[in-house]
Design a protein around this ligand. Structure first.
Ligand code: FEO
Length: 404
């Protein structure tokens, strides 16, 4: 997929149509590994690709130049989907200099024998001149790894943003306007939210401060080229604003209801709860955990202001799939969401209590108490569930006002 994105700057990466399990994150639309070749006086490659795809990028590079002519190799991020073919590139261009952050160098040393490679450690504001282009480095530690940085091509007003502003989308479109024309804005937005929720949710405050740093540096950006998915050429400001909104906790005034069930008792509670929510005028997305990939459930959680968790009690604690979801969610450090819980039990409860303990560990707002039913929901229990759904919807509406 060799594409000239700016004069003499080419996308030379690979499309991975088939990947569905991206280190545990389900990618129903595949992904791409984007890297960029700057055909200037000093030929410069920005990032590599996942090692399985090295022949794709080499083919693209060889259609432009002999890889041995690469003078500079910039490594913005050392996660293996971008850096696991560095050794192959260096075997073809052994005299190239690698530009990388100090933490990136330490990580690369753990993956490869780097003893014969030339390095220059860079930090924010450092530049190199490749001929007609000047490249400025911008460290972005913990967005999303300690080694992360971005590369700004001054004269092209191009920000090569590594993982940031990406999406896991394998598509024949290479640019935002192409994708929107051929698919839809909704599909693109869904991919952005999915990616942000599963990868960047913990880093909202860092995102805000880094974007403010970009503004203070006065970088004019008319194209953002991430390492996954489509390139933002029509409206790069829109994706930056979307990230700021998500970092500020923007969510729909709606509720996700995420549950699992053993003998359908907890599942039967979802119907009156959902009806109670709906009768208060809010939309409610119901997700059964064992029927839904974890990353899709995380995305639905993130979209809505409120979330109800349903779990049967198994051996006095949460049902395993629900415990797994809550543990995964805790690692993502969610903010600005309100939670409640419900569930069924046989002889001794425990799941609902444990769910509330998890919500409090995550420092999320809650509506207490939740609803628990013994064995099967009776007519009376169903009325309690309906009321709980309505009360939760009212609480979500009230809480949402803090973000308007
Ligand atoms: Fe796409 Fe953090 O790697």
């Amino acid at each position: 997929m060799k594409v000239e994105i700016k004069p003499d700057i080419y996308l030379v990466g690979a499309i991975d149509w088939a990947v569905r399990d991206f280190h545990g994150y389900v990618t129903p639309n595949g992904t791409t590994y984007n890297n960029y070749l700057i055909m200037d006086e000093q030929i410069t490659l920005v990032d590599t690709v996942k090692h399985d795809f090295v022949r794709h990028t080499l083919k693209n590079i060889m259609s432009l130049t002999d890889p041995s002519k690469i003078v500079n190799l910039i490594i913005n991020h050392i996660e293996p989907d971008h850096a696991s073919s560095v050794d192959r590139i260096m075997s073809l261009a052994p005299d190239a200099t690698i530009y990388i952050t100090s933490k990136g160098k330490k990580g690369l040393d753990r993956h490869f024998d780097t003893s014969k490679w030339n390095f220059r450690i860079v930090k924010t504001g450092d530049t190199i001149n490749t001929g007609k282009y000047t490249l400025t480095f911008l460290e972005t530690p913990m967005l999303h790894w300690p080694d992360s940085m971005m590369t700004y091509v001054n004269e092209a007003k191009l920000l090569i943003s590594q993982d940031a502003f990406g999406q896991h989308l394998a598509t024949s479109a290479r640019f935002d306007d192409e994708f929107i024309e051929n698919a839809s804005l909704c599909e693109l937005e869904d991919s952005i939210i999915d990616y942000y929720a599963n990868i960047l949710m913990p880093f909202g405050q860092l995102i805000k401060s880094k974007l403010s740093e970009v503004q203070k540096l006065g970088l004019e950006i008319d194209m953002i080229a991430p390492d996954h998915g489509i390139i933002w050429r029509k409206d790069p400001g829109s994706i930056m604003q979307k990230y700021l909104d998500m970092a500020d906790g923007k969510a729909n005034l709606s509720i996700s209801l995420i549950y699992d069930t053993m003998w359908n008792s907890t599942e039967r509670m979802t119907i009156p709860i959902m009806q109670g929510i709906k009768d208060e005028g809010l939309d409610c997305k119901v997700i059964k955990l064992r029927s839904t990939p974890m990353s899709a459930a995380i995305k639905e959680f993130w979209k809505s202001r409120g979330c109800l968790i349903g779990s049967p009690t198994l051996n006095n604690i949460l049902f395993p799939s629900v415990a797994e979801f809550l543990t995964h969610l805790r690692g993502l450090r969610p903010k600005n969401r309100i939670m409640g819980a419900f569930g069924s039990y046989g002889w001794g409860g425990g799941a609902v209590k444990e769910a509330y303990e998890e919500f409090k560990r995550m420092k999320l707002e809650v509506l207490e108490p939740g609803v628990e039913v013994l064995y099967r929901p009776s007519m009376d229990d169903e009325s309690k569930c309906y009321e709980f759904g309505g009360d939760f919807a009212k609480k979500v509406k009230e809480y949402h006002k803090n973000f308007e």
